[in-house]
Design a protein around this ligand. Structure first.
Ligand code: ADP
Ligand code: MG
Length: 398
């Protein structure tokens, strides 16, 4: 993993950095309702300006699919961003940009920090068009990619542009890549992976990759049911992909030949209704009845898995251990999360997690701040767990 950072660019006086960021924030009634992604932009803007440089931020917003869709303008994001950056932020509309590209002159003075309108207003963005990238390149002298969450897409602002200007990783992207590299790239062994969530089918590639890389694989959540079924246990009315029986067995076989220990629940929490506070029972695996659904792993399982975590140095986690949105079926997820965070706190376990529901589950368990790194990049994080090369990252490495 060899990529440059902003500090490698040296003095940036008189130079402008074109910085790809993630401004795809949730909005409610025209206002930003969660500014986590905006906060992630600050370290890079501060680093570039501290080095004497100016900034033009590039980002997409929603899916306008190459058309100007006024509801998907980045303009309403600017005040919230200015607030977080603690400085004035200018805006470049697509008309302003088109004029500049046509005659090479701005018809107004640029501010030290600017935001360009939604990159996906241009059809060339998603087709990784070289001509559009060349126009983006006219905005500055160096390129900084700080949007890990968009790095799994080869788009003009994430890939083609990186080839046209000196390209480096931004502060947030750099920290993310370092954490991920420590977790699966060149991790300290033993490595344990927790893969949970609803379905095996959505995470097949993740499982296939992990069994070859990690020492222990904990399979939890709904996807564990498919593995238990494949092993001959009755899973009653549980969420289960019975047609994936052979696939599950093949993954278990591959794990065996790769020296990966697979851990499945040994006791489970069952209920006959899929709702919070449904009447429930903890039972051993072989006792699940016809109409019962496995909604969580049981306490013996959590205790055993906590023991696995204890002998490991590195943990990577995607997917909850049960239907954590409904109490008390959050118990295994919360229990294992607390065990992980205690070890992380004590310095014996590096803890990296990601995934939309996983982040919510870890926040619910109150351990979000205690993990070494939590990735908020949904698709990019999963593709990384699948072992795929991310085009936006590869472009920085060249
Ligand atoms: P992520 O978004 O972190 O990648 P997933 O989307 O794969 O995670 O999975 C999260 C979902 O899996 C949650 O909605 C959770 O309720 C569900 N789930 C976990 N365990 C079970 C189970 N035993 N039965 C039904 N749903 C489950
Ligand atoms: Mg999800």
């Amino acid at each position: 993993m060899a990529f440059k950072r902003i500090s490698d660019l040296g003095d940036l006086t008189g130079k402008r950095a074109v910085v790809r960021v993630d401004l795809n924030v949730p909005m409610q009634n025209g206002k930003v309702s969660d500014d986590t992604r905006l906060q992630a932009v600050k370290p890079t803007v501060d680093a570039v300006t501290a080095a004497g440089g100016e900034v033009v931020l590039l980002a997409h917003f929603g899916r306008p699919k190459g058309h100007v869709v006024p509801e998907m303008s980045l303009r309403p994001v600017v005040p919230a961003l200015a607030n977080i950056l603690g400085r004035e932020v200018g805006f470049i509309s697509n008309e302003d940009f088109d004029k500049y590209v046509a005659n090479g002159e701005w018809h107004f003075p640029l501010k030290p920090v600017m935001v360009l309108e939604n990159t996906r207003y241009y059809p060339g963005e998603e087709t990784n068009d070289a001509a559009l990238a060349a126009n983006f390149a006219k905005l500055g002298d160096v390129y900084v990619n700080d949007a890990f969450s968009a790095a799994h897409r080869a788009h003009a602002s994430t890939e083609a542009l990186a080839k046209l200007l000196p390209a480096v990783a931004g502060e947030t992207m750099g920290a993310e890549l370092e954490a991920l590299n420590n977790a699966l790239g060149v991790p300290e062994h033993p490595v344990v992976a927790v893969v949970g969530g609803a379905k095996v089918s959505s995470k097949l590639a993740v499982l296939e990759n992990l069994v070859e890389k990690v020492d222990h694989l904990i399979i939890g959540g709904g996807m564990a049911n498919t593995f238990l079924f494949a092993q001959g246990f009755s899973v009653g009315a549980s969420l289960c992909e019975k047609d994936l029986k052979d696939t599950a067995l093949r993954i278990l076989e591959k794990a065996k030949t790769s020296g990966c220990n697979v851990h499945l629940p040994t006791d489970v929490v069952v209920a006959t209704e899929f709702k919070a506070h449904a009447t429930n029972e903890v039972k051993s695996l072989d006792k699940v009845l016809e109409g019962e659904m496995i909604l969580d792993a049981g306490p013996d399982t959590v205790a055993a898995l906590s023991g696995v975590l204890q002998v490991c140095k590195t943990l990577v986690w995607n997917g909850p251990m049960g239907a954590f949105e409904m109490e008390p079926f959050d118990a295994a997820t919360v229990g294992l999360a607390k065990a992980a965070s205690a070890l992380s706190d004590a310095g014996s376990l590096l803890t990296v997690a990601g995934g939309g529901d996983t982040v919510a589950a870890l926040a619910h368990a109150g351990v979000k701040e205690k993990f070494t790194h939590i990735s908020t990049a949904g698709g990019a994080f999963l593709e990384w767990m699948e072992g795929k090369a991310l085009p936006g990252v590869v472009a920085l490495e060249q």
